[in-house]
Design a protein. Structure first.
Length: 171
């Protein structure tokens, strides 16, 4: 019988283990930046905005293009806007032609991408954002057909109790 003891392996990582993991991650990200397939996978990790709209609404399509041009990924549902608005708890008085969901927040109407990004960065305790109705000059309502006209409008921060406050004014 052999009585020599084998050294016991600790179940806890050594001090070098986190450093090795960090170096491995750094090397992988450097290599990934050089590979075209990996950069495409990275773009799939963009923030996803799921949108519900009427299939024939052109301004909704223009708003979706605005989001995409500003680095947001979109998933489109060509029906269910009114039902989704109700399901998310958005009062009819804040309604518009499309409803969206992003990062757990409701988005109603022609909200600028910059305000969606701000919302996601700040993470306020809120239901989401709304631009009620369809103000000319807001994203998606700013095409050539409007001749450069820009009506003033407010982006509203919707509280869970049904109230709202001005998140940002556009004048």
């Amino acid at each position: 019988m052999n009585m020599t003891r084998q050294p016991r392996r600790s179940p806890l990582p050594t001090r070098a283990a986190p450093r090795r993991r960090w170096l491995r991650a750094l090397a992988c990200s450097a290599v990934a930046a050089l590979l075209p397939g990996v950069s495409a996978a990275r773009s799939e990790q963009r923030v996803l905005v799921e949108v519900w709209k009427d299939p024939s609404c052109g301004c909704c399509t223009d708003w979706i293009r605005h989001l995409q041009a500003n680095g947001l990924a979109t998933k489109l549902n060509d029906s269910g806007n009114t039902a989704m608005r109700a399901r998310l708890g958005i009062a009819a008085r804040y309604g518009s032609c499309h409803t969206a969901l992003v990062g757990g927040y409701a988005i109603e109407g022609h909200v600028p991408a910059s305000e969606i990004k701000r919302l996601l960065a700040e993470r306020p305790n809120a239901l989401g954002l709304a631009v009620p109705r369809m103000p000319v000059g807001s994203p998606g309502m700013d095409g050539e057909v409007y001749g450069g006209r820009k009506d003033p409008y407010d982006v509203l921060l919707l509280a869970r109790d049904g109230s709202a406050s001005v998140y940002r004014s556009y004048r």
